[in-house]
Design a protein around this ligand. Structure first.
Ligand code: FAD
Ligand code: DLZ
Length: 509
């Protein structure tokens, strides 16, 4: 029975279930389509990375003797949508069913579920088995629990995979070494070199196309040095294990002006597109530990991000969508400031993160959570606008992982499903973990007035604006006690500074 097999841009894995039973007579369809490039204004590098990786994957499949119909964005007959391309392929050949693996975003899954009726033939949506934990397993874990604490989910995953386990006990006698992982970066530390992958002819063609078609999208297209094949992505993993992993734990939470990558792996874009397998990544990192190449705090911290947070985020997304993104627990309605696109702000920390984001389509976790995320939280920016920004600007962004992190972890818009308290921080946190404040035109030591770091008064303003919802949170009880001791004049100063600031940046009348 000939089948049409649709492979999406983030399904570039040899093991993808839609190709499992490929047989002669079948056709694999891959398509670059305007609908997917335009549902948010993706960073130019994200589009270039994905198109080039798609083209390389298609060419490898063809090289392996499989029949592939690859539709380029500039194909004059390109219909502009995945469904349109399925319809065109069905017209050009004779197939009895369409096979596809479930997509990573709810909007597409809902659409795929209507295709059978619309196309008049079966559309089989297969499970995505490239994750370590199935959604059924996640739901079984989550069912009936009052709180979905990531740490407990992670421990079960450790037991089930045997990663960093000695019999039934965690390696080193502890599940979590986070307390060792909060160091600021010493001035003299030398950072890993990043291997730049020289664009080949296929990538150069894509760069020309993206430069022409998406000139108005955010971000620098070149220099472009991301890997676009499984082989090169594996080389990036090896490079990280030798150079980044040993210090990954120590400086996981650090921030440094002008440095986007520090000791982070920059592997999420490859795992999320299918070029690297997450369990294989974890096993290689564990082997590095067993061979004495990296300490346990680094290896445990790294494995927890993938085995814990990544799998957990996916579980949360699919368990609570579509309602998840409707939630706006803090009733945040201000608009996203223009400087999220222009970097034109005097706050050195935010300017630095937007600048590196624009350059690389990348920022590390603490930049995302504690700089742009923290600002959006404190300023009460509408979660829909913040989500759309994060989904657009990072090369690794797909809603299954972006939304729980942004909506839940950074903005507390889910009311505390992901995080037990909002990750709200004043300027002193940024000052402790970075060198941003030294060169900032605002003074982190000042709490109020035109020269004060805006994060300082916005922090208290946030706690006052959201007092009704947050006062009862026992993890915030100390901070509300401090607020209770604040004089009326001081509260007025906080409110006044905050509203003047909102007006100045154009997000309040
Ligand atoms: P490393 O710091 O080297 O971590 C190793 C790996 O662990 C990552 O590659 C990633 O696969 C995984 N990981 C780490 N933290 C998380 C996390 N919180 N959730 C899920 N996986 C995690 N990650 C995405 O993959 N796509 C996104 O769209 C995305 N959006 C985010 C938005 C916000 C507001 C925040 C706070 C975090 C977001 N993250 C997202 C999680 C995390 O920031 C990125 O995975 C990480 O920065 C990617 O860089 P890296 O590969 O160098 O990660
Ligand atoms: C992100 C993206 C972009 C920019 N373009 C395409 C595309 O042209 N064709 C395609 O198949 N996939 C693309 N993608 C990835 C999809 O948006 C992704 O598969 C869904 O968001 C589900 O995760």
């Amino acid at each position: 029975m000939p089948r049409l097999r649709l492979v999406l841009g983030d399904q570039l894995s040899d093991s993808i279930a839609s190709l499992a039973d490929y047989a002669d007579g079948d056709l694999i369809l891959m398509a670059e389509v305007a609908e997917e490039t335009g549902y948010v204004p993706h960073h130019k590098k994200k589009i270039a990375f994905l198109f080039s990786a798609m083209r390389h994957f298609a060419s490898r499949l063809e090289g392996g003797g499989k029949a592939v119909r690859y539709v380029r964005l500039d194909d004059p007959d390109n219909s502009g949508s995945l469904k349109g391309e399925v319809v065109r392929a069905l017209k050009a050949g004779s197939y009895e069913e369409v096979v596809v693996v479930e997509p990573g975003e709810y909007r597409l899954k809902a659409e795929f579920e209507t295709w059978s009726d619309q196309l008049g033939l079966p559309v089989r949506i297969r499970r995505d088995d490239r994750f370590i934990c199935t959604l059924d397993r996640f739901n079984a874990w989550a069912e009936g629990r009052k709180r979905l604490t990531m740490e407990y989910f992670y421990r079960e995953m450790r037991r089930e995979t045997g990663l960093l386990m000695v019999g039934d006990e965690p390696e080193g006698g502890q599940w979590n070494f986070d307390k060792d992982n909060r160091k600021a970066l010493p001035e003299d530390v030398s950072l890993p070199d990043r291997a730049f992958v020289e664009p080949d002819e296929m990538t150069r063609d894509v760069l020309t196309l993206v430069g022409d078609r998406f000139a108005d999208h955010f971000g620098d297209l070149e220099p472009f040095g991301y890997a676009v094949t499984e082989e090169d992505a594996r080389a990036q993993l090896d490079g990280f294990i030798t150079q980044g992993l040993p210090c990954f734990g120590d400086y996981q939470d650090a921030l440094k002006q002008g440095e986007a990558f520090l000791f982070h792996s920059v592997l999420a874009l490859y795992m999320n597109a299918g070029l690297l397998d997450p369990l294989e990544v974890c096993r290689k990192v564990e082997t590095a530990y067993r061979q004495g190449h990296a300490p346990l705090n680094a290896v445990e911290g790294f494995i927890r991000q993938i085995l814990g947070w990544r799998e957990y985020a996916r579980g949360i997304y699919w368990r609570f969508m579509p309602d998840y993104l409707e939630r706006n627990a803090l009733e945040a309605h201000r608009k996203l400031p223009d400087f999220y696109w222009t970097a034109d702000t005097e706050m050195a920390c935010v300017r630095d993160v937007v600048t590196t984001t624009r350059k690389h389509a990348y920022a590390h976790h603490i930049q995302r959570l504690m700089v742009t995320g923290n600002f959006a939280l404190l300023a009460g920016i509408d979660p829909r606008e913040v989500n759309a920004w994060y989904l657009a600007v990072y090369a690794d962004a797909y809603e299954w992982v972006e939304a729980p992190n942004t909506h839940g972890m950074a903005l507390f818009a889910d009311g505390g499903l992901m995080a037990t308290k909002p990750y709200a921080a004043s300027g002193s946190y940024i000052n402790k973990m970075s060198d941003h404040c030294k060169g900032c035109s605002y003074a982190v030591s000042k709490k109020n007035g035109p020269k004060a770091c805006p994060l300082n008064y916005l922090y208290w303003n946030f706690l006052m604006e959201n007092e009704e919802l947050l006062r009862g949170n026992h993890r915030l009880s100390m901070i509300y006690k401090t607020l209770d001791r604040m004089s009326d004049e001081k509260r007025e100063a906080v409110r006044g500074d905050s509203h003047r600031f909102f007006k100045r940046i154009g997000i309040e009348q």
